[in-house]
Design a protein around this ligand. Structure first.
Ligand SMILES: [Zn+2]
Length: 288
């Protein structure tokens, strides 16, 4: 299969003593970028005229959906925070298949070595599939971490649509005993700490990197688009708990703004790094 992912996209930076790199798994560009109206719908509380007005102000009708995997070198080895969609992905319309799955080539090109740990902000397919395609663990030596409530939820709930449930179940099964359930506010590896971001999914987890007084807050799927900073109450169909997802988004963005903590956003345009500031009752995003 030919790939349009192109040369590996790697953005290197440091947080104190931690060497970090954002490695892109891919980023469907227009005309294959998804429509804003797929993410923000009347059913999720966003009236169509309000979305049209915001899209007009922003000068776009699509969302640039990146898959920004974050690698962190710690004294206990390399941690990879979320693993992308992986190769041969047939969902979201088969046309994006050649546009994603670039993480492994990027990791090899980065020279960072093999991951010692996979830190999963949650178990949606676009965060875990890169760890298990095409049906076996891609990093067999790595431990994996996900919140206990996340693992319990996907293991048990049969009411969800099959296409949502199956990838999480497959990841739980294939990672097996290497997947460790964790709680909020614990240090997984030196300088890598879990933060409560529940709402998007029951165990959705933000990650705070910290070293020598520098920090980076990795927000996972707390928001998909900068429009959600201007409109923090806008949800998407993939936010499981409406009230908690909005409250969590407001709480985490307020924290990032008040303490000026740089943010890593998984789905923003590569590399997804920026600063959050207050704008009245809402927020604004400034890419770094
Ligand atoms: Zn996602």
């Amino acid at each position: 299969m030919t790939s349009d992912v192109g040369p590996p996209k790697i953005h290197r930076f440091t947080v104190g003593d931690l060497s970090c790199a954002v490695i892109s798994d891919g980023q469907p560009e227009p005309p294959l970028a998804p429509a804003l109206s797929d993410f923000f719908t009347p059913e999720t509380g966003v009236p169509a005229p309000e979305l049209r007005a915001a899209a007009e102000r922003a000068g776009r009708t699509t969302l640039t959906c990146g898959y920004n995997c974050l690698c962190v070198r710690t004294p206990d080895g390399l941690a990879v925070i979320d693993t992308g969609l992986g190769k041969g992905f047939l969902g979201y319309g088969p046309h994006i298949t050649p546009l994603v799955g670039g993480f492994c080539a990027g990791l090899a090109a980065s020279g960072l070595g093999e991951p010692a740990a996979l830190v999963l902000t949650h178990l949606h397919e676009d965060h875990v599939r890169g760890a298990i395609w095409p049906g076996e663990p891609v990093f067999p030596e790595a431990r994996a971490f996900a919140h206990a409530a996340e693992i319990a939820f996907w293991s048990r709930d049969d009411r969800l649509p099959r296409e949502q449930r199956e990838p999480a179940r497959r990841a739980i099964g294939l990672l097996g005993e290497r997947l460790r359930p964790v709680e909020y506010d614990v240090e997984l590896l030196p300088g890598v700490r879990t933060v409560d971001a529940a709402g998007h999914t029951p165990g959705h987890t933000a990650i705070l990197l910290g070293s020598r007084g520098e920090r980076l807050l990795c927000l996972g799927d707390t928001f998909y688009d900068p429009l959600q900073l201007a409109h923090p109450d806008w949800r998407t169909p993939w936010d499981h708990d409406a009230r908690r997802s909005v409250a969590g988004r407001r709480r985490l963005l307020a924290w990032a703004a008040e303490e000026n903590v740089p943010v890593h956003a998984y789905h923003l345009p590569f590399p997804g790094l920026g600063l959050v500031s207050r704008r009245g009752d809402a927020f604004a995003w400034r890419p770094l």
